[in-house]
Ligand binder design. Structure first.
Ligand code: FES
Length: 154
């Protein structure tokens, strides 16, 4: 956890500490602010909210909205669900993997890019679909895929 992250976490704990049922709102605020829940923050959150470390860790690891890992600066979350499979996501995935040097589910060591699986974005009729830095993208094949690779992957 960086000093900036540490200060942000302390500030957010103070804002939420007096509120009943503060754990989920606090975790959402930290996740939104930092992009992850720093492992080092779990004990401080527990202390600040008078909870056990196990309680906080259990909530952080239960919900998919929270992650304990610092995210990459650029993220491609590629839909690997059935409709996108039927619309050719395997080819899209193979091209992204080849261009990025990553396998699906991996992050570059320098945190410049991650290629992550995700399951159904509600864009099934326009797949292959993905979230690119949180923004939905559809029809990721042909020129759209080439543009994505040129902009984000290289
Ligand atoms: S299956 Fe990919 S968006 Fe629904």
């Amino acid at each position: 956890m960086t000093e900036i992250d540490d200060a942000d976490v302390s500030d957010l704990i103070l804002r939420h500490a007096a509120v009943k049922g503060a754990l989920l709102p606090l975790l959402h605020d930290i996740q939104h602010r930092l992009g992850y829940i720093p492992q080092a923050a779990v004990a401080r959150i527990a202390e600040g909210l008078n909870l056990s470390i196990a309680d906080v860790h259990g909530v952080v690891t239960f919900y998919a909205d929270f992650t304990l890992e610092r995210p990459a600066r650029r993220r491609i979350q590629l839909c690997m669900a059935e409709a996108c499979q039927a619309r050719g996501v395997a080819d899209t995935c193979a091209k992204l993997e080849a261009a990025s040097g990553l396998k699906i589910g991996e992050t570059r060591a320098d945190l410049s890019l991650s290629l992550e699986p995700i399951y159904c974005l509600g864009l099934c009729a326009t797949g292959p679909a993905a979230l690119v830095d949180g923004a939905p993208q559809a029809r990721l094949n042909g020129q759209r895929l080439d543009a994505l690779i040129g902009e984000v992957v290289r």
